[in-house]
Design a binder for this molecule. Sequence first.
Ligand SMILES: NC(=O)C1=CN([C@@H]2O[C@H](COP(=O)(O)OP(=O)(O)OC[C@H]3O[C@@H](n4cnc5c(N)ncnc54)[C@H](O)[C@@H]3O)[C@@H](O)[C@H]2O)C=CC1
Ligand SMILES: O=C(CO)COP(=O)(O)O
Length: 341
Amino acid sequence: MSHHQAITVLGGGSFGTIIANIAAENGHQVRLWMRDAQQAEEVEKSRVNNRYMPDYPLLANVEACSDIGYAVADSHLIFMAVPSKAFRQVLRQIKPCIQPEAQIVSTTKGIESDSFKLMSQIMCEELPDHPIGVLSGPNLAKEVARRQLTATVIASNNPQVRAAVQRVLRRDYFRIYANNDMYGVELGGALKNIYAIATGMAAALGMGENTRSMLMTRSLAEMSRFAVCLGANPLTFIGLAGVGDLAVTCMSPLSRNYRVGHALGKGGSLGQIVEELGEVAEGVGTLQIVKHWATELGVYMPLVDGLYEVVFNQRPVQQVVQALMGGEQSSDVEFVLPRGN
Ligand SMILES: NC(=O)C1=CN([C@@H]2O[C@H](COP(=O)(O)OP(=O)(O)OC[C@H]3O[C@@H](n4cnc5c(N)ncnc54)[C@H](O)[C@@H]3O)[C@@H](O)[C@H]2O)C=CC1
Ligand SMILES: O=C(CO)COP(=O)(O)O
């Protein structure tokens, strides 16, 4: 029996494109769905996704298409690679056409606004009978496309999903670690986008590596505090999907979120920056969502609060920095100190 199977990737942006090609490198027959029929036709003909991933030839066994029913018809493993805003709607579109035992894996790094739902929760709600997982880690699409050595995490409570994703995506340049903490893994991927905006902004304001290091370390404390409050495992945050993804996104100008922060720090307006980017920067929406969610939960997130003021209330960054740096020192405890200290 052949081990090659039909795989679907929904979303023809930069990440969907590389996931489709990796599965194809392993010999699987892949359908890559994009909503724009003209773009799908162009990709299918030219064998390159010019808009999102130029100079990255697609293998012959990747088929670009715009008919979502056709895309999922024979597939037992479906990767979701659309932005969080479109996630629920795309799941609703596939619901009537998927195989009853199809496994669904999210690669999306965001949170649904209004509902405060994570992608795993949306999958449970929309497709309650299907095994699910989330893939997240330090995975800049452009670097994976160049086949630079990369690792990622598949999180699922279902061992068959973990094994299927490891089998289908494993390459000698792409290693997949398994985890069963779905909330932790997806919160790591979603939250780090916020802090990449902050470090991009700090760089634009001329700050150096001390500042970046302080921001990243306190970001990690803040994001794990929030995630643990939602039931995540704190250990996940010292792994690839936690500090790993935080590091890559806060340090690389290839990150769209970092670039948004950098442009804001140079004085640009949010609307224009996002429009000119032409790709998704999930951190902007996630910042708004997490600010409200943390307030509701009563979780202390000074960096989120400060960044929110700068990005959405046009508060001068110097003022926010002064408040953060000049606050009462006795409240700044790095860890809970042992008794007697
Ligand atoms: N690019 C990267 O390096 C990585 C991105 N991700 C995550 O993957 C998700 C997708 O991001 P990218 O591929 O980078 O974004 P992108 O901006 O490159 O592409 C997004 C794709 O989704 C499509 N899309 C947008 N709205 C849609 C809708 N309503 N229905 C159907 N399709 C729609 C767009 O046409 C485009 O093809 C995001 O949540 C991102 O955080 C995760 C890991 C790495
Ligand atoms: O998630 C990413 C790297 O792991 C990509 O980050 P950006 O969405 O900021 O480009």
